[in-house]
Ligand binder design. Structure first.
Ligand code: NAD
Length: 695
């Protein structure tokens, strides 16, 4: 099986074309690296005028290392794999003739490290072209020469920004930073590469190299603050990148190897690689042969509806955006236009693409019929009666085979579906806020949802570039159900005298992207209160809504959206703790809890609820529960999710701790049956291998 085709162009210019058989992607597994070594031997034997690297795939140049084998390799195999990649790319960098990377499509990780070993890089300005080094997001560093060569190419500050943040950029900003030397239309890519070889084009090395020794301590302090010490890869990257300009390539490559082998053995790396594989699985989850969705309608042009309409129209769908009057529809259209503007500013699309996308949204200020609509997504207020009324009307407004979906956060899909004549065509398609940033979408299967409707929902979510998670209909589904006990616990601790800083910092220390009170502000205190009503109402024996939410709504402290919540906000940015909220702090019982105690309690509640969701079959196993929580809430990704975290702590120990808290603090800490029975048998959610290595 050949992964690389060799060609000779006019004027004795060699071309190696990556084209992995039977796949839409190219990756650097061991076999491809070996073939690349052999192909370079053959190219050299022909003594060409130059060599062009390109790809035959529609949207991928080379997507990087092979994550599956990375997850399986032992230390010796990994060492050989790293050495092999370094050796091949080093060889490319010292070939006696000009080398040019002709990049179209995703060119990330190892794919871009190959380009860095070339003399010159040309990229298409296509939306599919994305360039960068995301390794730190997998808990490792670029170790096929990327950490060594990028600072030499573009200078230390810019290289640090790309590598430490694991950035992936569109072609234009990559070109601006010097990561690629030239942009070309796709049709002329190879022609431009030939021209570059003919004029022996090469990128001048970065002019003035800022001494790494000066930058290192400043950045180390900043990174320590940002990562709270949870991401060892960024410190390793900082070490190699700042030393690179002052040392020889071979020394720097040796340092890359040394760090990457150590990092690959950490639980952080294992969890992050598993997460990347799980994302891939969600993208490719087979959904059967389903009805293709071309035309959609979104009912409700508020925060969610308008953002969903924008996302769908940007992916080529025609979307009717309906609300109750012209001013609300206009506000929704304005929000969609704003999202398009932002996408253009970030080079995610051209202004022409944005204009075309916007023109695919059809505003409707009345309950127009929705004939020829394949999918309706309802996103009106979170009120069951209103939703039922809308679904009852959809019977006569839509064709009988249209899929009817609701974006409800926590209401029962089955109850909403019961309002229609044919509940089998109703499904939940639950997007998260902000729609353009959150990749996860819960596909909620109601008691009457037909399998082909569930499959159509999964295929639709995949088609619009989101990651589906199939969940059973139950209050809050997975993500909100697990999140809610944690958020209301934070509310209780606040009411009872714990400081806002201690509560939020405790969870930032754990690795959450923001603290729970800050998150309530972000979601909106009123929205959080609605969801809390629904979920705490359904599980009233253990969940009690804190009074502070209602008090804050009455005092018009609604969170970030109106500038006042647990924090005050200026231009949308969180500032100081809001002193107006302190009047609602009436108790003292939580005042003496340390950050460590607060953290432990809040985390245990999430572990317990996630285990319950597995126990009740809301999700299809621990893997789905963890994936949902990491993708839907940013649950400390390096910990792998609440149940992987539970494994790493040991279930018997956690269950024991919960029992003690149950006695001292109440029933909400009582471990669920699944945790108790697994702890009694010393079982784990995952095979041992995943968590047996400490950081
Ligand atoms: P929102 O208040 O911003 O928007 C609701 C819109 O529905 C309003 O514009 C309103 O005029 C419109 N509406 C009301 N009755 C209507 C009718 N009969 N026909 C057409 N439009 C009507 O609310 P939102 O935050 O966008 O939430 C919408 C849904 O999405 C809710 O079910 C909510 O639970 C869910 N959700 C919200 C979030 C979030 O963070 N905001 C996240 C996920 C899901």
């Amino acid at each position: 099986m050949n992964m690389i085709a060799r060609d000779v162009l006019a004027g004795n210019i060699a071309q190696l074309v990556f084209d992995r058989p039977g796949s839409s992607a190219n990756i650097f597994d061991r076999q491809t690296l070996s073939e690349l070594e052999r192909q370079i031997d053959s190219v050299c034997a022909d003594n060409p005028r130059g060599l062009i690297f390109s790809s035959a795939k529609k949207s991928i140049f080379v997507a990087g290392a092979d994550l599956h084998s990375l997850a399986e390799m032992d230390e010796r195999e990994l060492r050989e794999y790293i050495e092999q990649g370094q050796r091949v790319f080093d060889r490319i960098s010292s070939l006696p003739f000009p080398t040019v990377a002709a990049i179209h499509g995703a060119c990330v990780g190892g794919g871009y490290e190959l380009c860095l070993a070339c003399d010159y890089r040309i990229a298409t300005q296509d939306r599919a072209t994305k360039i960068g080094l995301p390794e730190v997001k997998l808990g490792i560093i670029p170790a096929w020469g990327g950490s060594t060569r990028l600072p030499r190419l573009i200078g230390l500050p810019k290289a640090l920004d790309v590598i430490l943040n694991g950035k992936i950029l569109a072609a234009k900003p990559a070109n601006k930073r010097g990561m690629v030397d030239e942009l070309a239309p796709r049709e002329y890519l190879i022609q431009a590469a030939v021209a570059a070889i003919e004029r022996k084009a090469s990128h001048p090395p970065a002019k003035r190299l800022v001494p790494g020794m000066i930058l290192r301590p400043i950045l180390a302090g900043k990174l320590e603050k940002e990562t709270r010490g949870h991401y060892p890869a960024v410190f390793a990257a900082l070490d190699v990148v700042t030393r690179a300009p002052g040392s020889s390539v071979s020394k720097s490559l040796a340092l890359e190897r040394q760090h990457v082998l150590k990092l690959a053995a950490t639980s952080a790396c294992r969890n992050l690689v598993s997460l990347a594989l799980r994302q891939d699985k969600a993208k490719k989850r087979p959904a059967g042969d389903t009805k293709k969705i071309e035309r959609a309608a979104v009912i409700g042009a508020g925060v969610m509806g308008s953002s969903i309409a924008q996302w769908l129209s940007a992916r080529g769908l025609q979307v009717v955006l309906r609300d109750i009057d012209a001013s609300r529809v206009a506000a929704g259209m304005k929000n969609a236009a704003k999202l398009y503007d932002q996408a253009v500013k970030r080079h995610i699309m051209t202004s022409r693409e944005a204009r075309d996308g916007m023109s695919r949204i059809i505003p409707a200020a009345a309950p127009v019929p929705l004939k020829r609509t394949d999918l309706v997504i309802e996103a009106v207020l979170e009120k069951l009666d209103l939703k039922k009324k809308i679904f009852a009307e959809l019977d006569s407004q839509t064709e009988s085979d249209a899929v009817l979906a609701t974006n409800t956060s926590a209401l029962s899909i089955s109850e909403i579906a019961a309002a229609t004549k044919n509940p089998s065509r109703v499904v939940g398609i639950h997007f998260f806020n902000p729609v353009h940033k959150m990749q996860l979408v819960e596909a909620v299967v109601g008691s009457a949802t037909a399998p082909e409707v569930r499959d159509a929902a999964i295929a639709f979510v995949q088609r619009i570039g989101k990651l589906p998670l199939v969940v059973k209909d139950s209050p809050g589904f997975l993500v909100n159900r697990v999140l809610l006990p944690y958020l209301i616990e934070a509310g209780h601790y606040f009411e009872n005298g714990a400081t806002i800083q201690d509560i939020d910092e405790a969870m930032l220390d754990f690795g959450m992207p923001m603290g729970p009170l800050r998150l309530i502000d972000e979601v909106g205190v009123d929205v959080a209160a609605d969801v809390a009503d629904e979920i705490a109402g359904a599980f009233a024996q253990r969940l009690r809504k804190p009074a502070v939410l209602k008090q804050m709504i009455e005092a018009q402290l609604l969170g970030r959206k109106n500038g006042h919540g647990f924090y005050t906000y200026r231009n949308g940015r969180a500032g100081k703790v809001n002193s107006d909220v302190m009047q609602f702090q009436t108790g003292k019982s939580a005042a003496a809890l340390t950050r460590q105690q607060l953290q432990r309690r809040m985390v245990l509640l999430m572990v317990n609820e996630a285990a319950r969701c597995v126990e009740e079959g809301i999700v299809d196993g621990a893997d789905d529960a963890d994936f949902g929580m990491v993708m839907g809430t940013g649950f400390a990704p390096f910990r792998g999710g609440p149940l992987a975290f539970a494994d790493s702590e040991g279930l018997p120990r956690l269950v024991e701790e919960m029992r003690k808290l149950e006695e001292s603090d109440g029933e909400r800490f009582a471990p669920c049956e699944l945790l108790k029975s697994m702890a009694a048998r010393e079982q784990t959610f995952y095979e041992k291998r995943r968590t047996d290595l400490g950081n």
